[in-house]
Design a protein around this ligand. Structure first.
Ligand SMILES: [Ca+2]
Ligand SMILES: [Ca+2]
Length: 358
């Protein structure tokens, strides 16, 4: 005897049909059985298209089907025609638990080349806890995938990429970042002004990158069902033409990896890296929050703004950076709720965080 709550909302105007299956298991059949349950990347699978195609290392999900806790296993993997490499995973997975595993891979054949070509990634897992796997049939997996697009100027004689953003009414929700293939931040910024066009020209070295637009309102830059107005982000060439025009109705984030091809070498200063940080605590609190700022120059002045959950500016002020002192934000006069704190450093890079006032 058991009960099932499928957590559905009462709706007087509709009706729901629910069908379910209950699967019951006996005792585990094996002590040692690791399984490749999914290849997350590289993959052409539509469900994984937020992240694919990739510059980064492949990522798979494994599951422990053995009764013994899985503490290690061996991977062997590669793309067809590329290097085959091995990797040892260690961790701790109980029976039927699964985990995502990143598989280090640095053969540029993964991302450098024709993006029309259909490629195959193959992976095999073995030796759960150094033992013989008792069910080898589930140890292999393969995926079909396409490479990232290659973006370049004709003759490869330019290395500029323009980040062209028009903000909507709630500009502070949007931020953009450019990462290299190792996940290092090459460039990032937020947007201080609503309904404004921002153009940033970056100079890139040849390599694989990922550009991501984040939206802390989780409703993209343009969404028909809110009143935030419309905005967009494009990556453009210097003399007209887009490398990409991002879909602005993207929810929480949208991301594109690409291989940038050029003969030029970028001057290093052209790629500012922001080590600045903002930490808010205690959170939640009754209204007084401490702010710890990192990576700013002593004596620097910082404008900050606080927005309510509707995107309305409710407080603002000025911090003067002093590494020995914490900044304070006092929201005690405001109603309980969630607020966003936003500030920009001198390079226009945005730092933001949510605080909860009770
Ligand atoms: Ca197995
Ligand atoms: Ca938004």
């Amino acid at each position: 005897m058991f009960s099932v709550d499928y957590d559905i909302t009462y709706d007087p105007d509709g009706n729901y049909r629910f069908e379910g299956q209950i699967v019951a298991y006996g005792e585990p059949n094996m002590a040692y059985d690791v399984e490749i349950s999914q290849i997350l990347s590289p993959s052409d699978d539509k469900l994984e298209s937020r992240l694919n195609p990739i510059c980064e290392s492949p990522s798979v999900r494994i599951r422990n089907n053995g009764s013994e806790p899985l503490t290690s296993c061996q991977f062997s993997y590669g793309i067809e025609g590329g290097a085959t490499v091995t990797h040892e995973w260690t961790g701790n997975l109980a029976f039927l638990e699964s985990v995502e595993v990143e598989l280090p891979y640095d053969d540029p054949a993964l991302f450098e080349g024709d993006d029309e070509e259909l490629l195959v990634f193959e992976v095999e897992v073995n030796q759960p806890n150094g033992m013989l796997d008792e069910e080898p049939l589930n140890n292999k997996g393969s995926s079909r995938f396409h490479r990232v697009p290659t973006w370049s100027y004709s003759d490869l004689d330019d290395n500029r990429l323009i980040v062209w953003t028009k903000t909507n009414q709630v500009a502070w929700e949007t931020s953009v970042e450019l990462l290299d293939a190792d996940g290092n931040v090459v460039w990032e910024r937020g947007y201080p002004t609503a309904n404004t066009t921002f153009k940033d020209t970056l100079s890139l070295n040849q390599g694989c990158y990922r550009f991501t637009i984040n939206d802390i309102g989780d409703d993209g830059q343009s969404f028909w069902a809110n009143s935030d107005g419309s905005g967009y982000t494009r990556l453009k060439k210097v003399a007209g033409g887009n490398f990409i025009n991002f879909e602005p109705d993207f929810g929480k984030y949208i991301s594109q990896a690409f291989f940038f091809q050029t003969n030029l070498v970028a001057v290093e200063e052209a790629l500012p890296v922001s080590p600045s940080s903002m930490r808010l605590f205690p959170n939640p609190s009754d209204g007084v929050f401490q702010v710890s700022l990192g990576g700013f120059e002593e004596g620097q002045s910082l404008d900050w703004q606080c927005y309510d959950a509707m995107g309305r500016l409710v407080q603002s002020g000025l911090w003067r950076v002093d590494s020995r002192l914490l900044q304070t934000v006092d929201l005690s006069v405001l109603p309980a709720g969630t607020y966003a704190l936003v500030c920009y450093d001198e390079q226009g890079q945005k730092l933001s965080g949510w605080v909860q006032k009770y």
